[in-house]
Design a protein around this ligand. Structure first.
Ligand code: FPP
Length: 246
């Protein structure tokens, strides 16, 4: 049997705080435990031949959390960028950071560039970590860039196409997500990859992110394999085009 593996999986990692609360720990302990889940899922995705994994680590809205939590999350990112490189190299993973980096400290920005450069030659899984990312931010910066091109006279407003908009968004060189996973029980997109997830299959689970182990990731892949993706067509059209394609 041919199992359909999504090329690109996007994940909203939710539930770290509740996991910590359930275990009588501080919220930070939940985020630390969350890093272990990131490690496990990255390795599992690579084994399953997923090509791109995009994980929501910090949203544009997360700055509004208590100062202490934001500070501890920054420390955790810094540590992860330094400590995880060897593991990423071992697993042939290429790291990319998406989002507006300008608000991070100079140190953190420098570590991001270094981690990307160090892993740039890897040919396996592409791991995109979304940091200070928001779908609306992404669209806003795309609109600004197109508006600039209109002002320069290189683009006619009436001639703007979906492809041109896509080309201005984050990771325009990669395919859109096929599968969008959210852990932690909420069923919303929370401003993640709004344009790019237009046709993604959505998968929601109550499992809290630190409890999201390999088996849970496999279950999400299995659910994806049962979905029929129609991209606006009717079911019969999809089935017959698959048969024609052999
Ligand atoms: C949501 O849980 C999680 C976050 C805002 C941070 C995610 C960060 C990590 C998993 C660790 C670092 C990741 C990398 C890639 C190094 P929440 O705090 O909203 O949980 P709650 O809804 O239970 O309060």
């Amino acid at each position: 049997m041919v199992v359909t593996v999504p090329q690109h999986v996007a994940i909203v990692m939710d539930g770290n705080g509740r996991w910590a609360q359930q275990h009588g720990k501080k919220r930070h302990a939940g985020h630390k435990e969350g890093v272990k889940s990131v490690r496990r899922v990255v390795e599992r995705a690579a084994q399953a031949k997923v090509k791109i994994l995009t994980m929501f680590a910090f949203s544009s809205e997360n700055w509004r959390r208590p100062r202490e939590e934001v500070g501890l999350l920054m420390d955790l990112f810094m540590l992860a960028l330094k400590q995880e490189i060897k593991r990423l190299q071992r697993n042939n993973v290429r790291l990319r950071i998406i989002g507006d980096r300008s608000r991070f400290s100079q140190d953190l920005q420098a570590s991001m560039v270094k981690a990307e450069l160090d892993t740039a030659g890897n040919s396996g899984l592409i791991l995109q970590v979304a940091a200070n990312y928001g779908g609306r931010w992404d669209m806003t910066q795309a609109v600004r860039s197109l508006a600039q091109q209109v002002r320069d006279g290189s683009v006619e407003p009436d001639a703007i196409t979906e492809e041109q908009i896509s080309a201005e968004l984050s990771f325009s060189d990669l395919p859109d997500p096929d599968l969008f996973i959210r852990t932690g029980g909420e069923q919303r997109l929370s401003n993640f990859l709004l344009w790019q997830s237009a046709y993604a299959e959505l998968y929601f689970t109550d499992v809290l992110w630190p409890d999201f182990h390999e088996a849970e990731f496999d279950a999400a892949l299995a659910a994806f394999a049962t979905r029929q993706r129609r991209f606006g067509l009717v079911g019969e059209q999809v089935t017959s085009s698959k048969e024609t394609a052999g």
